[in-house]
Design a protein around this ligand. Structure first.
Ligand code: SAM
Length: 268
């Protein structure tokens, strides 16, 4: 650690931004790594481009959590997107990142972005607006993020989604949180027409192999993946590409065994 740039106890958590030698600037909530300048692109590209290139015309996107802005930055690379609502519970996270991690937070000034400092649970429960894609970019299922891994929240998300809607959520590590993954896939399978899980690796989340879970009202991230749009948009990515998109749905045997009955289509 070279220096501490931001350190504050908010109403919800302890928020730090530190500067490190190997990873550049790093955001920590309650001492847990949220994003680092070195590898944040992996998580953010994989969370966003898989669903946005599956939906035929994503125009309105809702991001729950993600106050660092990295997910919003990737969403804005899609020219079809007209509006992005970011719903982050903790203003200290947004402020810390605006001040010290512009690599992710600078995009929050884009005119298509609305920043809401609010609990994602209450926002989705009362929202009258419909979205094409909902991205749940949350912390681990402790503290204020606990309800974001629950049934009532996903029922509100389902209602917020248009007929071709997709939800993608941060799905924890297959090595450490297999039970949590089963729980969230069970919830999604009980409410959505189709349920999938895909993997990625990064440098700073424990266990390396991490997942995103997907619920759709019918779209399939493999069958409906619009690869030509990836080239047409000239998406400037460093990890994501069409081969990675497809390969990320190939599951190791222990995950296939565990989630067999919960997955749909090509993954079943
Ligand atoms: N990429 C990160 C990861 O997987 O560790 C997530 C980063 S992002 C900074 C997560 C954000 O979700 C945190 O800033 C946290 O404050 C926010 N959050 C937690 N619970 C929330 C809730 N109920 N509503 C909205 N935002 C929430």
């Amino acid at each position: 650690v070279r220096q501490t740039l931001f350190s504050e106890q908010s109403e919800f958590q302890h928020v730090d931004v530190i500067e490190t030698v190997p990873f550049g600037r790093m955001l920590l909530n309650d001492g847990l790594v949220m994003v680092t300048e070195r590898d944040e692109h992996i998580y953010h590209e994989m969370m966003v481009h898989v669903p946005l290139l599956t939906h035929p015309n994503p125009r309105k996107v809702l991001v729950i959590g993600g106050g660092d802005g990295g997910t919003v930055r990737e969403v804005l690379k899609h020219s079809s997107v007209e509006k992005v609502h970011l719903v982050e519970i903790d203003e200290a996270v947004v402020r810390a990142c605006r001040l010290h991690i512009p690599q992710t937070a600078a995009c929050l000034d884009d005119e298509r972005v609305v920043v809401n400092i609010e609990d994602g649970v209450s926002f989705t429960a009362k929202s009258k607006e419909k979205f094409d894609v909902v991205l749940v970019d949350s912390t681990d299922p402790i503290g204020p993020a606990t309800p974001l891994f629950g049934e009532d929240f996903y029922s509100s998300v389902y209602t917020c989604l248009n007929d071709e809607g997709i939800v993608v959520a941060q799905g924890e590590s297959a090595f450490y949180e297999g039970e949590m993954q089963s729980k969230i896939l069970t919830i999604l399978a009980s409410q959505f027409a189709a349920t999938y899980i895909y993997n990625y690796t990064n440098m700073t989340y424990p266990g390396s192999l991490w997942s995103f879970v997907v619920g759709t009202k019918g779209l399939c991230p493999l069958r409906d993946f619009d690869e030509r749009r990836f080239s047409r948009l000239s998406l400037n990515t460093r990890y994501y590409n069409p081969s990675i998109h497809r390969a990320s749905f190939a599951l190791p045997e222990f995950m296939r065994d565990k989630f067999d009955s919960l997955l749909t289509g090509i993954q079943a």
